[in-house]
Design a binder for this molecule. Sequence first.
Ligand SMILES: *Cc1c(COP(=O)(O)O)cnc(C)c1O
Length: 460
Amino acid sequence: MTYHNYSLKQLQQIDAQHHLHPFTDHKDLRGAGSRMIVRADGPFIYDAEGHQILDGMAGLWCVNIGYGRNELAEVAYEQMKELPYYNSFFRCAPPAAGLLAQKIAQLAPKHLNQVFFGSSGSESNDTALRLVRHYWALEGKPEKNRIISRQNAYHGSTIAGTSLGGMEPMHGQLHGAVPNIVHVMMPYAYELALPGESDHEFGLRAAKAVEDAILEAGPDKIAAFIGEPVMGAGGVKIPPASYWPEVQRICRKYDVLLMLDEVITGYGRTGNWFAAETFGIEPDTITTAKALTSGYLPLSALLVSDRIAKTLEEKGGEFHHGYTYSGHPVCCAVGLKNLEIIEKEGLVERVREDTGPYFAQMLRERAAGHPLVGEVRSVGLMGAIEIVKDRETRERFLPSGSAAVIVRDHAIANGLMMRATGDTMILSPPLMWTRETIDLAGERIAKALDLAEAQLRKPS
Ligand SMILES: *Cc1c(COP(=O)(O)O)cnc(C)c1O
């Protein structure tokens, strides 16, 4: 590799001089220098100093089949030699795009059979937003164009993604969101349930917030509701079982389309190919990206229901939207191979029946009883650990978010990559993790919690 001619110090200096990083405080970063991740194999990543780190985040929720899968490199190489690029505009198409779309349709809930490709989750949500508004316009209801989303939702980082999302710091820097998007409460029982309110009741109340927003604007003004089945970047917030069926009932009652953002949950993470199955939801669109190629190349796919596809076809007229790289042949060939591997190795069933329950048990045994932990929760292979100062009162350490960062730093120093978001530790490992990998993660989590506790409660 080209970087082998440089020392670590040099690489860090070059990075600091020229590379603007995503979601980063550059003042902090320039002081500390970047951790250079130089190679990876199976469930492990390696930094430039030779540390082996178990990747509890699958990159960024995406490397589901693990690192070092030469099959993907080979398929990319073959496709690049044969046809490195062609577009899908003007009635052309590379065969790989159609074949991947067919494969996705076969795996998806049966009323979703059409696919629109992009290069990222953010782009795909942009497409979804335009498409549902275009749908209602074609149906003769152009004023039915408002979208309901949720506080603290993450739908990407472009202007449309940020506008759909509900992250306050991101909105603070937006200086003008896409109009007609409103945000309602999130289904986060640990912090938002009232004293004495059961999870079930809380789930219904959080769903009622969607109905209130529909009634406030008038159902003839609301195009769609968008949500992550499990809020990911917002802290792996798993809604109570009562939430999604009630949201779906409400959407149907007022003829509001249901848009699911499965950029994290798509392709197996919750133990089904789509979390729509896990939670019994029949959405009109599903946004997917990340795990579609296991992150080996950038690719997103928006799944579109027969209802929307039928209107597009029957009413005709051009949908004035698309990307140069929509249906990129190399990305699609890699996506197809990746899905074949997940299928062949039975990773989705393994998460559902074996590693998912085992992961939940590990979190209970290794974290749930710890004095720093208020709650653990997981679905399939995504999990969260709430860091608190006091388990009984759920009081947090101040300043908010500071304690989780300490736990995270101990975890990384002890060979486990995990993420802190607010006061919540989150995990989203590759689906190829085995019971042994989960055990190893458990040991490192327990150690990180102990070290963090010693540091946080040190008498001053
Ligand atoms: C990561 C993510 C996105 C954005 O995907 P990008 O590829 O980073 O644009 C959108 N929605 C959810 C739920 C995500 O986790």
